[in-house]
Design a protein around this ligand. Structure first.
Ligand code: SF4
Length: 406
């Protein structure tokens, strides 16, 4: 089939020796914007609104056509151009030739007895990631992954034991929302099943900055999933420069995986703390909220027995939290095979929460959901073709532990 995309006939201009960027680079390098590729079909899920309009312009179409297509993709969850009936026949044919709407394939899905639902979604190259939906009486939260595995090595995290393969594309990130929305019968502005999205699945979202920002643009866009900024949350383990960058380009809620009130302890749980210690991290959080009236930061604190759950830790945490508008989400640790940590006792969790509350800090204990399908917080595990040696090292350690125990 001949390609109908307009291509430039002129020979390419010589590139500068210091730059390998293509022409049109200002637009092309904007998150969510890519150039038309004349050799292979383009996945429209890779574009945010401006990116899609630019793509349509490159096709010789009016930008408002892109808005029409966005509504079909995200409001009606349609991925067949032939069923986009308010587009002319010629345009539908042209789109089918040069692009497609390609959400990830569902390899496996499972529901929990408590209503939580988990999808294992196939990514190119034999990888797979997990996405989880958590329904509650007043809202439905989708937990979305940003990377295949994770390059950071938090010692209490199941994903970390699998190593890292690659960043997800914008299409692979927003595609997770699309798959869940389709399954749940979500209709933006009318019948919302997904009221909140949290970037808290596999991976560190700020390590995949541009693709995550573009996907969050689509979650927030009225022509996308139309969620308010406070309902889209990015959770980070504390990449300070990227927190500052995020505050310039995106309006979303921020959550920080803290897990310890001192640098000494936090570095053993979140090794990234060595590079960006607590003082620097809190200063970045303060800068983030200062530009957003009424905003606060959510700090996640996973409680592990005998590690970070002493009353003294709670008192130290109170002092830290008083520095900025914040609330604390206490997460009872969810064990996974091979971990050296255990969940804190219920009494210790309650004491911890009470000390925070008495210190004037809003703190809630997150109810464990979906643990019968391994979908609870910190348990997500996809299929990672590890490009680091971490998963092999973890398996070796498991074998050693088993020999010791025998
Ligand atoms: S907790 Fe988050 S940042 Fe840390 S290893 Fe796990 S996925 Fe990565």
């Amino acid at each position: 089939m001949p390609c109908t995309v307009r291509t430039r006939r002129k020979p390419p201009a010589p590139r500068s020796r210091t730059s390998s960027r293509p022409r049109n680079c200002a637009r092309a390098n904007r998150p969510g914007t890519k150039l038309v590729n004349p050799t292979e079909k383009t996945n429209l899920l890779d574009f945010d609104r401006q990116g899609l309009r630019d793509f349509f312009t490159q096709l010789g179409e009016k930008p408002y056509r892109a808005d029409q297509v966005m509504k079909w993709i995200y409001h009606r969850l349609e991925n067949d151009f032939e069923r986009m009936t308010d587009l002319g026949k010629n345009l539908r044919g042209k789109l089918s030739e040069v692009c497609y709407v390609g959400p990830p394939d569902t390899m496996f899905e499972k529901g929990s007895t408590d209503g939580t639902h988990k999808w294992l979604l196939g990514m190119n190259g034999g990888n797979a990631i997990e996405t989880v939906y958590i329904p509650e009486p007043t809202r439905g939260t989708l937990c979305v992954s940003s990377q295949v595995g994770c390059g950071l090595n938090c010692t209490f995290c199941s994903t970390a034991t699998q190593g890292f393969n690659r960043n997800l594309s914008t299409a692979e990130i927003i595609g997770q929302v699309w798959v869940a929305a389709k399954y749940l019968g979500n209709v933006p502005h009318q019948r919302r099943r997904i009221t909140n999205v949290v970037m808290m699945g596999m991976g560190e979202p700020l390590m995949n900055f541009d693709n995550v920002v573009a996907a969050m643009n689509l979650m927030r866009d009225d022509l996308g999933f139309g969620l308010a900024s406070k309902r889209v949350t990015l959770s980070t383990s504390g990449l300070v420069p990227q927190i500052d960058k995020l505050s310039e380009v995106a309006d979303v809620s921020l959550a920080v995986s803290l897990h310890a009130p001192t640098d000494e302890l936090r570095t053993t749980l979140v090794p990234l703390n060595k590079k960006y210690p607590i003082d620097e991290l809190l200063a970045a959080c303060k800068r983030y909220v200062s530009s957003r009236p009424r905003a606060s930061i959510t700090f996640e604190y996973t409680l592990m027995k005998g590690i970070n759950d002493h009353p003294e830790h709670a008192r130290q945490l109170v002092k830290l939290m008083r520095r900025l508008p914040s609330k604390v989400n206490l997460i009872p640790f969810n064990p996974f095979p091979g971990t050296r940590y255990e969940r804190s006792d219920a009494g210790d969790i309650e004491t911890f929460r009470r000390i925070l509350n008495e210190g004037g800090i809003i703190a809630t204990v997150r109810r464990t959901r979906g643990d019968d399908i391994d979908a609870a917080c910190g348990q997500l595990k996809g299929q990672v073709l590890d490009r680091t040696r971490r998963s092999a090292e973890f398996r070796k350690q498991l074998e050693k532990d088993a020999i010791h125990a025998a």
